[in-house]
Design a protein around this ligand. Structure first.
Ligand SMILES: NC(=O)c1ccc[n+]([C@@H]2O[C@H](COP(=O)([O-])OP(=O)(O)OC[C@H]3O[C@@H](n4cnc5c(N)ncnc54)[C@H](O)[C@@H]3O)[C@@H](O)[C@H]2O)c1
Length: 314
């Protein structure tokens, strides 16, 4: 059933959510505190939707665009919304202020969801009257091409909020996981942080260049991970499954895991060389063009996965 979805914050994540919800047939309103960002989002949406259409992933760009309406005030954008997806700055005070305002303006059945990458739901909803209808719905960038969403509620979040959220997101073709307890960074970013932490060390210690490190993921782990996760991977990597894998590789890998547990600061000045290497490969001005290339390749992959799921199963 078509719902009214308000998307608050129209940057990378907000405009992408707008496509997800519009593709699912919902009426979407889009708001950003910065009118220039809002106008830019509307023109970027046209470009992304045209790409989706030419890749056969949607029928009509105009239909989807016709269901997305920009608004320059929060009050107008959220009026009558059944669901709000917030995608403003990653700052707890900004989010608290926004959610408290929206909580006062919206009827209690409206679900309030945040896309936050690493702020817990309870840090935002603490003391909020409607904390029971608030949830984190954390996507990966860009959500219109990467279907994963992590749902994480505060202890105050009602079970009914989580189940309604799951239903609405799954009906919008998203793949939903539900966290049983709150934890900083949820699951996806905890995994990503662990990987980046080790990647930074390998590059800083001169073991490998940034470009070769990227190759390891792009032509190795990443290829495999596009069809299965690490649990299934290790179950297939030894003849006797996961137990056999742990018996064969456990002792050596545990020594590595111990070495990896030391912490170095995550600091942009410390990793200047890594940035310089990237800038030699690609100038800052070319990043947007490359992001469009990434999105088009992800579209081709989505099409391929759709077909191959039909032949081989998920
Ligand atoms: N970029 C990612 O990889 C990624 C992935 C998953 C989740 N997220 C989360 O999504 C959220 C948005 O991130 P992004 O990457 O889209 O950032 P972004 O900088 O591209 O967009 C943020 C937008 O929010 C607007 N904004 C700021 N304050 C606002 C307010 N009070 N009300 C309305 N709009 C406001 C800004 O003008 C900007 O257009 C963050 O919480 C981030 O952690 C980001």
């Amino acid at each position: 059933m078509s719902q009214r979805i308000a998307v608050v914050g129209a940057g990378f994540i907000g405009r992408s959510w707008a496509m997800v919800f519009s593709k699912a047939g919902h009426q979407v309103t889009l708001y950003d505190i910065d009118p220039t960002a809002l106008a830019e989002a509307m023109s970027l949406l046209e470009v992304n939707l045209a790409d989706l259409e030419s890749n056969g992933l949607i029928h009509s760009k105009d239909d989807l665009l016709g269901r997305i309406q920009p608004f320059e005030t929060l009050e107008k954008a959220i009026e009558g919304a059944n669901w709000v997806q917030e995608n403003a700055l990653e700052n707890v005070d900004v989010k608290r202020e926004l959610f408290n305002r929206m909580d006062k303006l919206l009827p209690e059945q409206t679900i309030l969801a945040s896309s936050t990458s690493a702020i817990s739901c309870s840090d935002i909803s603490k003391g909020m009257k409607g904390a029971g209808r608030m949830v984190v719905a954390h996507p990966a960038n860009p959500p219109y091409l990467l279907p994963i969403v992590e749902l994480s509620g505060a202890p105050e979040t009602k079970i009914e909020t989580i189940s309604r959220a799951k239903d609405l997101l799954e009906a919008a073709d998203m793949e939903v996981i539900t966290l049983n307890k709150e934890i900083k960074g949820f699951v996806l970013n905890r995994l990503q942080v662990a990987l980046l932490n080790e990647a930074f060390k390998l590059v800083e210690d001169g073991i490998v260049s940034g470009a070769d490190l990227d190759k390891t993921i792009k032509h190795g782990l990443g290829l495999r991970w596009s069809i299965m996760g690490p649990m299934e991977t290790i179950d297939l990597n030894a003849p006797g499954g996961i137990r056999d894998y742990l018996e064969r590789f456990g002792p050596a890998f545990e020594t590595i895991a111990k070495e990896q547990s030391s912490l170095r600061p995550w600091d942009s000045t410390r990793y200047k060389k890594m940035e310089e290497e990237r800038r030699r490969v690609m100038s800052l001005n070319d990043l947007n063009k490359r992001a469009r290339w990434r999105d088009r390749r992800l579209m081709a992959l989505a099409r391929h996965k759709e077909e191959s799921d039909k032949h081989y199963g998920k």
